[in-house]
Design a protein around this ligand. Structure first.
Ligand code: FDA
Length: 369
């Protein structure tokens, strides 16, 4: 008979929630993680008293009351509200685009005045059917916001001129006609006190975990050891890139310790002009209102992705989506496997959605018993 009910490949949020729930109902689980630490991309590490978000800034936000209750079992969340700012040519603007932004741009005071300026610019552009990302953006927010706050940032983010990018990348550009700098519209928002790694440690408290272990190195023998495999790694890698590689956009982080208490007065500052090579500077201590004499900042440089690099943003264009669908079909034909999470499903997945998805997948499994 088999040693495990489930072998779970990957200790990210999906794998950890799945393993936790199954262990709770008496299933024997083994989590295999190829990195030297658990947690996948939400992993945080304490450095000089500051929790550093090692794979990019993570802010928890959700409208899903069940998911909020669920995650609060494993951490207590602070009242951090994400209010990033943008810097363009030494001028500072509030995000998301709201009355503070409009007032700074045009000196307007009322929503009516702001709408007038924006509508005039949209009309003057004469764009009826946007053919690319640039036209799409201008037709939604006008030329000033596009030129100062979107154009350079997008060009850096995707490594291509917005006129050469498809319009579907930007479906919506919310404009907010109130003086409200809260980036998210969700009912619940915050950062887990003590960092995200604490959540993962609690989820995996009673679960057997093997770090520094690549599932694909011993795939067949693991398959013999377990009734089912929950795979949260890259779907194309699982099948030996049979149809080719799924593309991603990369990110390079440059993290430094600064000998001052407060570097930028805000956790997230976007640099929207093209000539600054990074897109954002994250100052980690502000996520948790940490009081230390020094500070740690991370500059984010978008980069070309190649095999072997960390996968950050999936490039969900038609070509890649088609490729993904082929892999998906292959995966569906093998009943031993359950695929879940951002890499196996090839999509950008916020944390609350991943939790919901893992819980659904647990429920579906237990239904069939
Ligand atoms: P994740 O990638 O975390 O885990 C997969 C794990 O599998 C990894 O640990 C990997 O090492 C392991 N693995 C892969 N192949 C393996 C193999 N062959 N053998 C063993 N192990 C293997 N969300 C949000 O709600 N708010 C936010 O602010 C942000 N911010 C953010 C910034 C950036 C830059 C990105 C890219 C993403 C976000 N997110 C986010 C999304 C968030 O990161 C995401 O929801 C979770 O990390 C997804 O967890 P998964 O378990 O799906 O994947």
């Amino acid at each position: 008979s088999q040693l495990y009910d489930y072998i779970i490949v990957g200790s990210g949020l999906f794998g950890s929630v799945f393993a936790h729930e199954m262990t709770k109902v008496g299933k024997k689980c083994l989590v295999i993680e190829k990195r030297e630490h658990p947690g996948g991309n939400i992993y945080t590490e304490k450095v000089n008293g500051i929790n550093v978000h090692k794979y990019g800034a993570h802010i928890f936000h959700t409208n899903d009351e069940d998911v909020w209750d669920y995650i609060n079992q494993f951490a207590s969340f602070n009242n951090y509200v994400n209010s990033p700012i943008a810097i363009y040519k030494n001028e500072l603007y509030n995000l998301p685009f709201n009355m503070n932004t409009f007032s700074k741009l045009w000196g307007v005071k009322t929503p009516q005045e702001a709408k007038e300026v924006i509508n005039q610019q949209i009309e003057a552009s004469g764009i009826k059917e946007p053919r690319n990302l640039e036209e799409q953006a201008i037709s939604m927010v006008g030329t000033d916001i596009y030129e100062k706050l979107i154009k350079g940032y997008t060009k850096k983010q995707w490594g291509r001129d917005p006129v050469d990018l498809p319009s579907f990348i930007i479906k919506r550009l919310p404009l907010r006609f109130t003086y409200d700098n809260n980036y998210f519209n969700d009912k619940y928002q915050g950062i887990p006190e003590g960092g995200y790694s604490k959540i993962i440690d609690k989820l995996l408290e009673n679960v057997e975990v093997k770090l520094n272990t690549d599932f694909l190195d011993n795939k067949e023998s693991y398959e013999r050891m377990a009734a089912k495999i929950v795979y949260t790694g890259p779907i194309d890698e699982l099948f030996g890139y049979h149809y080719g590689k799924l593309e991603y956009r990369g990110l390079r982080f440059e993290t430094t310790l600064q000998n001052i208490e407060n570097y930028q007065g805000c956790a997230v500052v976007n640099y929207t002009e093209e000539s600054v090579p990074y897109t954002r500077i994250i100052e980690h201590k502000h996520f948790e209102f940490t009081k230390t004499e020094q500070t740690i900042i991370t500059k984010e440089f978008p980069s070309e992705w190649k095999l072997g690099d960390e996968r950050y943003y999936p490039v969900n264009d038609e070509q890649n989506q088609e490729l993904y669908n082929k892999y998906r079909k292959m995966a569906k034909s093998n009943e031993k496997y359950i695929l879940g999470g951002r890499l196996a499903e090839y999509k950008y997945y916020d944390m609350h959605v991943v939790i919901r998805s893992a819980l659904n997948s647990v429920r579906k499994e237990l239904e069939f018993e």
